[in-house]
Design a protein around this ligand. Structure first.
Ligand code: DAH
Length: 338
């Protein structure tokens, strides 16, 4: 066997490493020299056929070439890696001095904001917020509120009826609730007195939308039932609520009115400082004995007061808004103003 040209092999290898201009090219060159089928590997394999003397001296040369190649490869690799890092860092560079892109924050709808403000004041007075179903039975929406089928008050409610769920239910037995008052009875049936609840929620009437009417709007119903609540408790609660919503200088006055579910009933006006005038605000009264009885309470043992108010009305007075349709237009200029 002729002696392999180890010096030539080394020089070719060194040249190949020096010429490799990417890490992939360097890996390929390395495989050609010292990989499983590499040239140097082939020389090393052939050593086994040699005489011991020859094997030793050639083996030492192979090792020297291998070391020289490994050193050159490591050096070239370090240089190529440094070059790659420079390219990647340049491509991914961030200018941390640029002004940040501020995310646009959402905000509560003015109706929600107002409803939360109302619940806040009422919670401070000892009321707990509860919510009820928007699809309601005729019984809860009307009959349990002391509004029987032939009662003239039904005409005022412009009710939207819902197709009954079961074929055996008579037509007209399901409605979209026209007020949040039915939660009075739902709550009283579910627990013994005392009851102190605030009921925020969506209500529905068959109306065309204009500046002062919406087919879908919000109410806050309040009910207190306890051992001996009086009209004075109602008046005190209303005065406190109005001061909480419109400011410490707010005053209220009550005018006799009629509601089927309260007796006596009163409409409440508030003198709102921001408006500088009396505004009609809500309906109220002492819970009618029939309502207590239908809810399983004994009117001889307990008495109660209730009131119901429109949330939109309160929001309009608090923010000086004059058209109800603004609440449903979803114009961002309006919605982000609160
Ligand atoms: N439920 C009435 C409505 O929708 C509002 C109301 C009036 C509620 C008088 C009451 C009340 O609790 O006492 O117009």
């Amino acid at each position: 066997m002729t002696a392999p040209d180890l010096d030539g092999l080394r020089d070719r290898g060194l040249a190949a490493y020096a010429a490799a201009d990417t890490l992939d090219a360097l890996d390929a060159a390395k495989a050609e020299l010292v990989g499983r089928r590499g040239d140097l590997t082939a020389v090393q394999r052939s050593l086994g056929d040699l005489e011991p003397e020859q094997r030793r001296s050639l083996g030492a040369q192979v090792n020297a070439v291998r070391a020289a190649l490994a050193e050159a490869e490591a050096e070239r690799r370090a240089a190529l890696e440094a070059q790659r890092d420079r390219v990647v860092l340049a491509a991914e560079a961030l200018d941390v001095t640029l002004p940040p892109r501020t995310p646009r924050r959402g905000s509560l709808h003015p109706i929600v904001e107002t409803m939360e403000a109302m619940v806040d004041v009422l919670a401070g007075l000892g009321f707990t917020a509860v919510e009820g179903p928007e699809v309601e039975s005729d019984w809860f929406n009307f009959q349990a509120m002391n509004i029987p089928a032939d009662h003239p008050a039904r005409g005022m409610h412009d009710t939207i009826y819902v197709e009954p769920l079961a074929p055996r239910d008579p037509p007209g037995s399901l409605v979209l609730r026209t007020h949040t008052s039915p939660m009075q009875t739902r709550t009283m049936l579910a627990k013994p007195p005392p009851v102190y609840i605030a009921v925020p929620g969506r209500v529905f009437r068959q109306e065309a939308a204009d500046a002062t009417h919406l087919p879908v709007f919000f109410q806050m119903e309040c009910l207190a039932v306890d051992a001996d609540l009086s009209f004075a408790d109602l008046r005190g609660t209303l005065a406190e609520l109005c001061r909480g919503l419109f400011g410490a200088d707010t005053r209220i006055r009550m005018r006799p009115d009629y509601y089927p579910f309260t007796e006596p009933s009163a409409d409440v006006d508030a003198w709102v400082p921001a408006v500088g005038d009396w505004v009609e605000l809500l309906g109220s009264g002492m819970v009618h004995p029939n309502v207590l009885r239908m809810a399983g309470y004994d009117p001889e043992q307990v008495s109660g007061f209730a009131f119901g108010m429109g949330v939109e009305r309160v929001a309009m007075l608090r923010h000086g808004i004059d058209d109800l349709r603004l609440f449903i237009d979803n114009d961002l200029r309006f919605l982000t103003a609160f």
